[in-house]
Design a protein around this ligand. Structure first.
Ligand code: KG4
Ligand code: ZN
Length: 360
């Protein structure tokens, strides 16, 4: 089964062709980072305009790279939410037009489910039920993932925990901006933190007092802001920061706190719910320290741990095609009247999450 995937939920215009939900025949990504960097974040209006310019050449390129034609495709999967409404509209409308013109089935894919598929499509040995930590610029969610079929073809999700305020990637981007680093700051901080002392600044780890498995990252952002003010730190770019040990220590300590917060909640969830594996995905899954710590901690907790290859951590269409394939195999197609939903949910929050009864 050949599926074309289209992803335009934020600032990447992406198209991919995937066979049987696993084999990637092509994976084309146009990143708009250069357009948005001068503004320190994604400008929605500019994003939609650039998607409009790029969608056709990017999809054409995906076909060319794969060596297949639209006629050979069995279905078209496009992200329908969550994301920026204008951006989502471009990709979904293009997918609808292709589906209509060629009478092909259309699948509307949840972007977050796509991120989960970025791990499972490459790892044939994922053991379910799994805990999936999705950490990106827009989301920080912990899901309980069960498989009806024992493999990737039919996954079901329950929301175990989520951020109460900022997403983890957003915290990276905001702290980077405070210190003068370019957008997106996550990869920059990842590089710089390697030269700093992780224990130099004792950031307190946020604890949600109601016993839930939620996250909170706004406190640490405020702590960094206070430090920036009290130490009168002016904006410095990556090169200048590299020569300033205090800043390197600050960044390394900030990163350590984020990683520890992510693991602290994930560990609690793992102890309560006893999953068979842990899946990490989303843009922040590219973080070298997060990968390192989770690898070590998961091994200590006897949890199998999987994360995507670097190219599949940030937004891409291969993950959308893979998730779309699973839906298509189950006959879950979308009507041509489907609209994007900027606030689309993969699962609703679970109230009695710490009671094992909810699993059944
Ligand atoms: O998944 P993604 O491409 O887009 C969303 O769906 O949000 O994630 C982008 C986010 C940005 O906040 C970026 O700073 C962060 O992922 N990011 C990283 C790293 N690479 C990307 N954060 C920490 N370390 C990295 N190496
Ligand atoms: Zn994403």
């Amino acid at each position: 089964m050949l599926v074309l995937g289209i992803e335009t939920s934020c600032d990447e215009t992406a198209a991919a062709i995937v066979r049987d939900g696993r084999e990637i025949l092509s994976n084309v990504i146009h990143s708009q980072i250069k357009t948005h960097t001068p503004y320190g974040g994604v400008v929605p209006e500019l994003a939609s305009r650039e998607h409009l310019l790029k969608i056709r050449p990017i999809v054409d390129q995906a076909f060319k790279d794969a060596g297949v034609t639209l006629d050979q495709i069995d279905g078209i999967a496009a992200t329908s939410g969550p994301g920026l409404i204008g951006s989502l509209l471009v990709g979904l409308t293009y997918a609808k037009a292709l589906a209509f013109a060629k009478n092909k089935p259309l699948v509307a894919v949840n972007h977050i489910e796509g991120h989960i598929y970025s791990v499972v499509f490459e790892h044939t040995d994922v053991a379910f039920p799994a805990l999936a930590l999705v950490v990106s610029g827009g989301h920080t969610n912990l899901f309980w993932v069960e498989s009806e079929t024992g493999d990737f073809r039919h996954l079901k999700y329950k929301l175990v925990g989520r951020t109460r305020d900022d997403a983890a990637g957003e915290a990276y981007d905001k702290v980077g901006k405070l210190l003068g680093l370019s957008y997106p700051a996550g990869p920059v901080i990842d590089r710089l933190a390697k030269f700093g002392d992780r224990n130099a600044v004792p950031f307190s780890i946020a604890k949600i007092s109601d016993g839930s498995l939620d996250f909170s990252f706004s406190g640490i952002k405020t702590a960094v802001l206070r430090l920036v003010k009290s130490e009168k730190l002016e904006p410095r770019n990556e090169e200048e920061t590299r020569k300033d040990q205090r800043r390197l220590d600050l960044l390394a300590s900030f990163q350590e706190a984020i990683v520890n917060m992510l693991w602290a909640t994930t560990e609690r969830a793992a102890l309560e719910l006893e999953p068979r594996s842990l899946l990490l995905s989303g843009g922040v899954a590219a973080n070298s320290r997060l990968r390192e710590v989770l690898t070590e901690k998961a091994a200590g907790a006897a949890l199998r741990f999987h994360y995507p290859r670097l190219i599949f951590t940030t937004d891409n269409a291969a993950m959308i095609a893979a998730a779309g394939t699973a839906h298509l195999l189950r006959g879950e197609t979308a009507d041509l009247t489907v609209n994007p939903d900027p606030n689309m949910r993969l699962a609703v929050p679970q109230n009695n999450i710490l009671s094992k009864r909810w699993r059944n």
